[in-house]
Design a protein around this ligand. Structure first.
Ligand code: ADP
Ligand code: MG
Length: 238
């Protein structure tokens, strides 16, 4: 479904992502791991059209999407969450999801259809879908759910989830992992899930790609990742 090949992103003289290649099969949950600053979000931003790759290709469903603008990438079926939630705080949860639904459809759906997609996305993310629920009362876990709901409201075939566990306690982390798994199992949405910690992610993902200093240092099963000396070095030090 997704094929990233030789992806490179430079910021001035600094290379944040260098020659990264990986593929994602339809229906898979791929964990994209790596310590802080290893290039995970930059990779997402290059896929999702927030950044233009310096070099390399990104193919989605057989077509090149590298360098396309973010709204076009979204309309083609790639939804993403942001590491730092950025909801419209003066709008309700439903209004936030509605905007996302219209954005993902490129304005080509009716208000009724947008509302159906918005409510469905909120329920999938286990948030209230009534017209009154506001952003104000949401804690860290709620804000992460809203990020997810906004991405889901765009009706993605591929979901890029960036650091969905940030700021959550252990129980909330398990719940978030279960939620991503359910989204894949029940809706067939393919997921690339970025985290800097391995933890609960390993129990849910089918495969793992590990980045370090902008390059892939490991690709394989979660089990193999836990036994790999290069991965251990990156996470625990030499
Ligand atoms: P991760 O998501 O794995 O923590 P990032 O992709 O956010 O890492 O960042 C990778 C590296 O690129 C970091 O060293 C970061 O400081 C740098 N970087 C990210 N975005 C920019 C930018 N817009 N300009 C300059 N450097 C950046
Ligand atoms: Mg990041």
């Amino acid at each position: 479904m997704l094929a990233v090949e030789g992806l490179t992103k430079r910021f001035g003289g600094f290379t944040a992502v260098q020659g990264v290649s990986f593929t994602v099969a339809e229906g898979e949950i791929l964990g994209l791991l790596g310590p802080n600053g290893s290039g995970k979000s930059t990779t997402f931003n290059c896929i999702a059209g927030m950044l233009r790759p310096t070099a390399g290709s990104v193919r989605f469903a057989g077509r090149e999407i590298g360098g396309l603008p973010a709204d076009e990438v979204c309309r083609r079926g790639i939804g993403r969450t942001f590491q730092i939630p950025r909801p419209f705080r003066h709008l309700t949860l439903l209004e936030n999801a509605l905007l996302a639904a219209h954005y993902g459809a490129g304005g080509a759906i009716t208000q009724a259809e947008a509302e159906a997609r918005a409510r469905d996305a909120l329920r999938l993310a286990q948030l209230p879908d009534d017209a009154h629920a506001t952003v104000a009362g949401l804690g860290a876990a709620g804000l992460k759910k809203l990020e997810l709901a906004r991405a889901l409201a765009t009706r993605p075939r591929l979901l890029l989830a960036d650091e969905s566990l940030g700021g959550l306690d252990a129980a909330e982390m398990r719940a978030a992992a279960e939620m991503l798994k359910r989204i894949r199992d029940e809706r067939g949405i393919t997921i690339v899930w970025v985290e800097h910690i391995m933890g609960v992610l390993l129990s849910v993902v089918d495969r793992v790609v590990v980045l370090d200093h902008g390059a892939v240092i490991f690709e394989g099963t979660p089990q193999a990742a836990q036994e790999d000396p290069k991965v251990a070095e990156v996470y625990l030090g030499p």
